[in-house]
Design a protein around this ligand. Structure first.
Ligand code: ZN
Length: 454
């Protein structure tokens, strides 16, 4: 009896040890069964300049790794390491070998092999072998300026046509000042692009550079040679009248921003500050839209004169500083032309286009906005009525609205604004037949001449 008892106890103990051992092996990190995980941030194109960022991770710890570069002709170890202290995560920066720079081959493989310290697999551990294939592209995009307006004035517009060639082209834009990116559109024939440019009236200088990047990270830049013509804009001190304040008080009712504020001077500050900013942001957002895939074959624009027999009542670019009884209140820039003729006069843009906005926009009142293509937009503020709807395609002689006093306007007039890719520009240029001929029509004509020779 005793003996038997001992025997079954021993058996039980043995069983507990075996099961316990098996469970320990099964659940212990020492016997972890997952192979290391390899990831790489570089995409499938590589310019052999940027080092490869490779990450290896493992639960139990990485024991060793090896990185090999393989082409059809050779195999080269780029990095190999046997870790003294195992690491759970390794971030590696791997440079290509010197010989790679002169390599002719366009397809290579990067092979990452790694082992972990797990005792699984009869103490061998888990291993991984991951293959990444790369297309080698060491060539920068080819860039050249084909044709451009001779000059750009402060607050004004210009046109550029250029060529950009790269079989792996990724991104193409024109870098202006303060991080502004102009978006070019395909032009006429493959590899050619066109874009309008704008020098913001508030910026002291202007510079524009075409930037092309490819999928492998190669970058090419080409400076656009424009003659810069600075212009002085008027700075005026405006003393606010009682009539003006009355208008402010009437207008203040329409805005949530001025609710609860009863002092007309404070109301004016809010309208000319926060409300103006918000109204301009909407205009900038709507007029920044450019269809980068739409091909431009020609760009015909008539000189703009939206109001017949109009008198100019305020210029573009006026920097207005407002005072009340000698005290400074606030300031703003007038970013359009104010034109006046009869009350409720008909507004004709004189150009075809598409209506992108036809609603009330704060200080601008009822304001249709027309897209003329190539990132060129026009706005018509303070209208008494709007005769078009968003999405309408308008024709050359169509009446789109009538002048009025909606928004922040003292008398019946039209606030006429022109924008290039979200930047207000001098309407006078676009109202000048000769300016359009020199800066738009002729630039396109001479570019086509050059392109046709190719
Ligand atoms: Zn105005």
């Amino acid at each position: 009896m005793r003996k038997k008892n001992n025997g079954s106890f021993g058996l039980l103990l043995g069983l507990v040890i075996v099961i316990g051992g098996a469970l320990f092996v099964y659940f212990s990190s020492m016997f972890e069964r997952n192979a290391p995980v390899v990831t790489m941030s570089t995409s499938e194109y590589w310019n052999l300049k940027k080092p490869l960022d490779i990450k290896i991770e493992d639960e139990s710890g990485i024991k060793s790794y090896k990185i090999t570069m393989k082409s059809a002709k050779e195999s080269k170890t780029l990095q190999y390491e046997q870790l003294i202290t195992p690491e759970k995560s390794l971030s590696l920066t791997v440079k290509p070998p010197r010989s790679a720079y002169t390599m002719k081959e366009q397809n290579i493989k990067i092979i990452v092999e790694a082992n972990d310290v797990s005792k699984w697999n009869f103490l061998e551990g888990n291993s991984v072998r991951k293959v990444f294939t790369f297309i080698i592209d060491k060539k920068r995009p080819q860039l050249s300026i084909v044709s451009n307006s001779y000059k750009i004035s402060r607050g004004g517009s210009a046109l550029v046509i250029f060529r950009a060639i790269d079989k792996n082209l990724k991104d193409l834009y024109i870098e202006g000042d303060n991080g502004k990116k102009f978006i070019p559109q395909p032009f006429y024939k493959d590899g050619y692009y066109i874009s309008l440019l704008a020098w913001p009236v508030k910026a002291d200088s202007f510079k524009a550079t075409v930037v092309a990047t490819d999928l492998a990270g190669n970058v090419a830049k080409s400076y656009i040679p424009l003659y810069l013509k600075n212009r002085a804009y008027k700075v005026s001190k405006i003393n606010i009248s009682e009539k003006f304040l009355q208008k402010t008080a009437n207008l203040a009712d329409q805005f949530p921003e001025t609710q609860g504020e009863t002092d007309p001077l404070e109301q004016f500050k809010i309208l000319n500050g926060a409300v103006r900013t918000q109204n301009e942001e909407l205009i900038h957002k709507l007029s920044s839209v450019v269809d980068k895939d739409e091909k431009i074959n020609n760009f015909k624009i008539n000189h703009m004169h939206p109001l017949k027999n109009a008198a100019l009542v305020a210029r573009f670019g006026d920097h207005r500083k407002y005072y009340y009884k000698g005290d400074y209140l606030s300031e703003s820039y007038h970013l359009g032309l104010d034109l006046a003729s009869n009350a409720m006069a008909a507004i004709k843009p004189q150009n075809s286009g598409k209506v992108v906005f036809a609603d009330f926009n704060g200080l601008y009142g009822n304001m249709p906005m027309i897209s003329h293509g190539l990132g060129l937009y026009t706005i018509y503020g303070h209208c008494s009525s709007i005769k078009v709807n968003v999405g309408d395609e308008i024709t050359k002689n169509q009446i789109i609205a009538n002048t009025g006093t909606t928004g922040y306007a003292m008398g019946d007039h039209l606030h006429f604004g022109v924008l290039v890719q979200g930047i207000e520009v001098r309407p006078q240029e676009w109202m000048d037949r000769q300016w359009i001929k020199l800066n738009i029509t002729n630039v396109i004509k001479s570019a086509k001449k050059i392109i046709n020779r190719d």
